[in-house]
Design a protein around this ligand. Structure first.
Ligand code: FDA
Length: 305
């Protein structure tokens, strides 16, 4: 049943018409549980509150389907505005973005150019930019953009998804570029040809890539709400004497807030992924796919209206 619901929500997440409708009607149906608000100012307010609790943030302007050059350029402008706002408000945050929002599906060079604009401004403010990893269909081009930019910029990093068979090799290859990696289990619907279908295999592979990245000496962002994976990381850094400033835990806004605070109390670096904007539908559907029990929150949101 869990698998059926997961596939259903991932199908909804990818439904262009529903995404457009949701965008038009604003943030509702319990959407605020996972999204800071519709505006940049609301995102910054949430970050200020997180900073007061000892947590860092990564700010994400939501954008699912971008299909014109104008839209991609506007998304890049939003990112630049977000960077300037982070600097002006002096909040402890960096930026996360998706390459499809920067125009990857429209033209490779458009996306590359938008990334150059963003990384230039980020560099001016000494700010780090994280390129989120999307579905497998975009993986090769994401790596290509990475290599095109890496010689000129060092203020950005990638995400590696443990559900992909190739992820161990990718972590090894990216170590040569001293890449700062966020490590996740993976949130999209993928074919068994490219991704482990069973959760237990994903978890085992996740441990492998955490260990590889931490032992490479490159910065690791262990992005999970799974207490077993967090315990594994804590044990490993203790055994290997890895300093606390070589890695951080990351979690999504609105998920396991008590665990987030507990890690801060224990002295770990914790960063929260804070999405904002009106294009919230696909993001929220992926959160439901991860844990169909979240549907209860959505239903409450509908009933409250
Ligand atoms: P798992 O799914 O095994 O969950 C472990 C436990 O965490 C659950 O039992 C539950 O208690 C809790 N939990 C997990 N998800 C929950 C939810 N939605 N609601 C409530 N509780 C939940 N993916 C990707 O493909 N590309 C990317 O770029 C990113 N980026 C990213 C950034 C950050 C900061 C995080 C934390 C995650 C991502 N992800 C991602 C998503 C990631 O791939 C994965 O889908 C989710 O983190 C869920 O997996 P967990 O590791 O939490 O474990």
């Amino acid at each position: 049943m869990e698998k059926v619901l997961r596939n259903f929500f991932l199908y909804l997440a990818n439904h262009q018409r529903l995404n457009q409708l949701a965008k038009k009607h604003g943030l509702r149906f319990g959407g605020r549980r996972f999204v800071a608000g519709e505006t940049l100012a609301e995102g910054i307010d949430v970050i200020k509150a997180l900073n007061r609790q000892g947590m860092m943030a990564t700010l994400d302007h939501l954008g699912e389907f971008v299909d014109s050059e104008e839209e991609a350029n506007a998304m890049a402008e939003h990112c630049i505005e977000a960077i300037e706002s982070i600097a002006k408000e002096k909040v402890d945050a960096n930026l996360s973005l998706k390459l499809t929002s920067m125009g990857l599906d429209i033209a490779y060079d458009l996306c590359l150019h938008n990334m150059e604009r963003i990384l230039e401004v980020a560099r001016k403010y000494r700010l780090f930019v994280r390129i989120d990893m999307e579905d497998y269909a975009h993986l090769e081009n994401t790596f290509a953009i990475f290599h095109d930019l890496r010689e000129r910029y060092d203020n950005f990093g990638l995400v590696i998804q443990a559900y992909l068979y190739r992820s161990v090799d990718d972590v090894k290859a990216l170590a040569e570029w001293k890449t700062n990696l966020r490590l996740v289990k993976g949130a999209y619907k993928e074919s068994p040809e490219v991704a482990f279908p069973d959760k237990k295999d994903v978890d085992e592979n996740y441990k492998k890539i955490i260990q590889l990245q931490l032992e490479s000496g490159n910065y690791a962002a262990v992005a999970t709400h799974d207490e077993n994976m967090i315990a594994f990381t804590k044990r490993l850094v203790k055994e290997r004497d890895i300093p606390l400033d070589r890695f951080e835990f990351q979690m999504l806004y609105g998920i396991r807030p008590e665990l987030q605070k507990q890690l801060v109390r224990e002295g770990y670096r914790v960063r929260i992924y804070v999405p904002y904007g009106n294009d919230w539908f696909g993001y929220n559907m992926r959160r439901l796919a991860e844990r169909p029990a979240n549907v209860a929150f959505v239903l409450k949101g509908i009933v409250k209206r």
